[in-house]
Design a protein around this ligand. Structure first.
Ligand code: MV4
Length: 448
């Protein structure tokens, strides 16, 4: 096992990693910007290093500062959390070159999955179903147009270096193909410095279902069920749950089995997630693979009774997984609401500032992952997640009832949060009945 892990992140996920390390008997090093001196991850880690000013580019996103902090403190591993450097292949490479274990898959794996056309090719070869479309990158718009005519409209153009909804364009007919292709390319070049595009059949109103994987370095891998992530706004997830009300045991076994086979075929190691689109006929298609621990991992922890962070750290240290698929029993239902410092009534405008009072809900079936506390100042420089409120129940109904009362108990004064939004969301008849897809929040107006 590692002796000392440096956490290259902030906020609730930094705390979550520290908690896992403490339970494993591993020492921890926090890094923080000048804006985060009062953050809880600094307090709870065994050591802390200030790595620079508030701007992420000069602190949490600067590989050299992070590696230097690890070398100075003698950390033998770095956990990147999510966001920041978590899926940066160059950073993972720098860790490797410095003799520090990057807690995640190899730099090559991260690089390949970062190229969405390459990722798709790998998955096709590993027997994972994908959306019909181009075989890799389009050479030019004519090739795309020809393929679109064959597949049939609508189609979607995606940036090879995109992901998470950036650099995409839906094309409804041949007349608008050329213009959309040019605009998508220009956008991709500007955002990612890479104009390469690929094309897919556009699936109308899909669900976003993802499979959680855990793999060790010895060819053992398991899936830990799915997460339903269709409740999102502008590609920002707001609520996740497990299981999904549209995934039955048969579909779960199928999606899980192809995901595990896919991961084993490509030699994946660590925690990973395969994102699928699920159409209205329950066909599923590979979309992207995330090579990090994700924000919404707690709902999987609740229903699988596994500690994903500890497992991720253990397998990174070279331990065997220690359990098989047969040992995994998925039980009950978990829901996570992302409590952001945003004004749900004002277009989710950021609302940083001092939290005047903070009361965390409790009682049966409640978990709160947060770095916030009374009189904590939410800095304006980073993402707006204040807390993850996770509820667990024997059934979805019980988890929802607990979420409803937990949202009432959660008092955050001084800033605007998404708590009022979530109260309305979980009261919506279509949410309650499970009748929703990725277009749900575009169609309903919950601000009323
Ligand atoms: C799609 C799609 C429909 N058809 N691809 C959005 C995020 C990026 N990872 C891919 N995305 C989509 N790809 C095909 N072929 C619809 C989306 C999509 C979406 C996917 C997941 C969650 C929310 C979404 C919202 C709008 C569009």
């Amino acid at each position: 096992m590692f002796k000392k892990v440096l956490i290259a992140n902030r906020s609730e996920i930094a705390l979550r990693i520290i908690r896992a390390c403490k339970e494993l008997g591993v020492a921890t090093v926090a890094v923080h910007s000048e804006a985060d001196s009062e953050s809880l991850h600094v307090r709870f880690a065994d050591e802390a290093v200030c790595i620079g000013p508030a701007a992420s580019a000069e602190s949490y996103l600067d590989p050299r500062r992070i590696i230097a902090a690890a070398e100075i403190t003698g950390a033998d591993a770095i956990h990147p959390g999510y966001g920041f450097l978590a899926e940066n292949a160059e950073f993972a490479e720098m860790c490797l070159d410095s003799g520090i274990k990057f807690i995640g898959p190899t730099p090559d794996m991260i690089r390949q999955m970062g190229n969405k056309a390459k990722a798709k090719e790998l998955m096709i070869n590993a027997g994972v179903p994908v959306v019909p479309g181009s075989e890799g990158v389009l050479s030019n718009s004519d090739e795309g147009l020809k393929l679109a005519e064959e597949i049939g409209y609508p189609v979607i153009l995606k940036a090879v270096s995109g992901g998470g909804g950036r650099g995409m364009r839906i094309v409804n007919n041949s007349e608008e193909f050329e213009m959309n292709y040019q605009m998508a390319q220009a956008e991709a070049q500007g955002a990612f410095g890479d104009p390469d595009m690929y094309l897919e059949k556009y699936i109308l109103n899909p669900r976003h279902i993802e499979i959680q994987l855990m793999a060790d370095q010895y060819g053992n891998a398991v899936y830990l069920g799915e997460r339903e992530c269709s409740i999102q706004r502008r590609h920002q997830k707001l609520l996740e749950e497990s299981p999904s009300s549209v995934v039955d045991e048969n579909l779960r076994r199928k999606m899980g089995a192809v995901s595990v086979e896919g991961a084993l075929k490509i030699g994946y190691e660590g925690a990973g997630t395969i994102e699928f689109l699920l159409d209205s006929d329950h066909n599923f298609y590979f979309m992207e693979m995330n090579t990090r621990i994700q924000v919404e991992h707690p709902v999987t922890e609740m229903v699988s009774n596994q500690d994903l962070l500890k497992d991720q750290i253990r397998v990174a240290a070279g331990e065997k997984l220690g359990y098989t698929q047969e040992n995994i029993r998925l039980e009950g239902h978990a829901i996570e609401c992302r409590i952001n410092a945003e004004d749900g009534e004002r277009n989710f405008m950021p609302s940083p500032g001092e939290i005047k009072s903070f009361n965390v809900p409790g009682g049966p079936g409640i978990r709160v992952d947060t770095h916030a506390y009374g009189h904590y100042h939410i800095p304006p420089y980073y993402d707006s997640l204040v807390a993850k409120l996770i509820t667990y129940g024997k059934t979805r109904e019980e988890a929802l009832a607990r979420m409803n009362r937990a949202l009432d108990e959660f008092i955050i004064e001084g800033i605007k949060t998404t708590i009022p939004f979530h109260k309305k969301l979980i009261a919506h008849p279509d949410f309650i009945s499970g009748n929703f897809d990725t277009g749900f929040l575009d169609r309903v107006d919950l601000t009323k």
